[in-house]
Design a protein around this ligand. Structure first.
Ligand code: C6P
Length: 409
């Protein structure tokens, strides 16, 4: 493998090579969505210009090519998370749809009156609302693992929160609002002792480090293509094959059936049972190209680069007077996100001022209102890093925050 060179990597991402408000773009909103490398853009173009056809339907050359590319991508993405079998990977629109799929296709049949669903106050709304809807429909109740003052899960509470009533434990791998990395493997082991299903929201997990669903010992892992250099509108649910086979269909329509009768029908084998209608073929192919790209760079190298960048960013941003950084103090427990406030400056104002300097960060509650409530704030500004960011980007952010300080005192 060649040495990790963020400048060279940067040149693979056309969108990074532009000015915004007459300043070279510094893109630090990667937790919302990453930029796309040429390899992914080329894969999309190749599909649409040469191979465009529906999958699993036509007996003609283009359909054959599209089907092969679509299913090859499934194999690549399944291998990416070390799934034992690519049939265990269901394409979805993203993490949100993957979690909704589980709550409907598994939850409606397996969660009932008096059962408990254990989540945490750290969750993104995508891992709260689907469970709330399920709990309401089935008369189950939601319980929460709370966070400590550093935004870490209080796992000492776990034994008292888990019981035979716990049907499912659903947690984020990495918090988008704080960067906290959760010890999923330990939690999964504890949840399995009471027979609970373990569902992981991996939207921010599969992005930065190598994920191994077998090693984590979880039952389901949901993730999105667009946060890991892939296209929008594509993601996946990985789940154990026996679990998928036991589940009811999620949506009905073309492709998910085996045989259709007037009153009764039978279902296609997994994963197709969960993929009703024409799928996002280009998206799946693009996500396959994205994992090829990331694997080519090397996930260990990416993780090491991001760790260095995060340490630098926390040191530099954290030393600005008035800045408060949220999330764990130990770098070991956090991922490439710096969520912060600066004195009395509203995070939206921080973001607007930075934007004028060509620096893109996100400001708001980050779809994690319970996190904001925990810290007694309405919003934070969030800089999130990826493989193409550099220390120069951090320096530009610090300069921009100097301007914010000049305005807000
Ligand atoms: N977080 C962010 O700016 P979708 O939209 O389905 O691809 O991913 C939803 C989602 C679920 N869980 C976590 C932990 C996430 O971070 C996200 C998306 C973006 O933080 C948009 S709100």
């Amino acid at each position: 493998m060649t040495a990790f060179d963020p400048i060279k990597i940067r040149s693979e991402f056309p969108a990074l090579d532009q000015t915004v408000n007459d300043k070279p773009l510094v893109y630090l909103d990667n937790a919302a969505t990453s930029q796309k490398p040429k390899a992914v853009l080329d894969a999309l173009e190749r599909y649409y210009t040469r191979d465009n056809a529906n999958v699993h339907r036509g007996i003609h050359e283009l359909s054959r090519r599209a089907t092969v590319a679509y299913e090859d991508a499934r194999i690549k993405v399944a291998q990416w998370i070390n799934a034992p079998d690519s049939d265990e990977l269901v394409w979805t629109r993203g993490t949100t749809e993957a979690i909704n799929l589980i709550t409907i296709a598994w939850g409606l049949d397996n969660v009932g009156e008096g059962d408990e669903i254990l989540i945490s106050t750290m969750e993104h709304h995508s891992n709260i609302i689907p469970w709330q809807l399920l709990a309401r429909r089935k008369g189950a109740s939601l319980r929460y693992i709370e966070m400590d003052s550093q935004g870490r899960l209080i796992l000492d509470d776990l034994p008292s929160l888990l019981s035979e009533r716990t049907k499912v434990v659903a947690l984020g791998h990495v918090s988008n609002a704080l960067g906290t990395v959760n010890p999923i493997k330990d939690i999964a082991a504890a949840a399995h002792e009471v027979g609970a299903l373990v569902v992981v929201d991996g939207a921010q997990g599969a992005v930065h480090t190598k994920v191994d669903v077998q090693d984590l010992g979880v039952d389901c892992y949901a993730f999105s293509g667009h946060k890991m250099c892939g296209p929008t509108g594509i993601g996946a649910l990985w789940a154990r094959k026996d679990l998928l086979e036991s589940m009811s269909p999620y949506q009905g329509g073309g492709e998910m059936i085996h045989f259709v009768g007037r009153e009764e029908s039978t279902w296609a084998k997994v994963p197709h049972k969960f993929e009703a209608g024409t799928p996002n073929i280009a998206g799946a192919i693009g996500m396959g190209a994205a994992v090829d790209f990331l694997a080519g760079v090397g996930m260990d190298a990416i993780a090491a680069h991001e760790d260095e960048l995060l340490a630098y960013a926390i040191e530099q941003v954290g030393s600005i007077e008035g800045v408060h950084i949220y999330g764990p103090e130990s770098l070991e427990e956090r991922s490439a996100v710096v969520s912060f406030t600066l004195g009395d400056a509203h995070p939206h104002d921080i973001s607007t001022i930075l934007d004028a300097e060509g620096i893109a960060v996100r400001a708001g509650h980050h779809c994690a209102q319970l996190v904001m409530k925990h810290f007694g704030i309405a919003a934070t500004a969030r800089a999130s890093f990826y493989l193409y960011n550099t220390k120069d980007d951090v320096d530009r952010l610090v300069e921009g925050l100097g301007i914010v300080r000049g305005i807000f005192g």
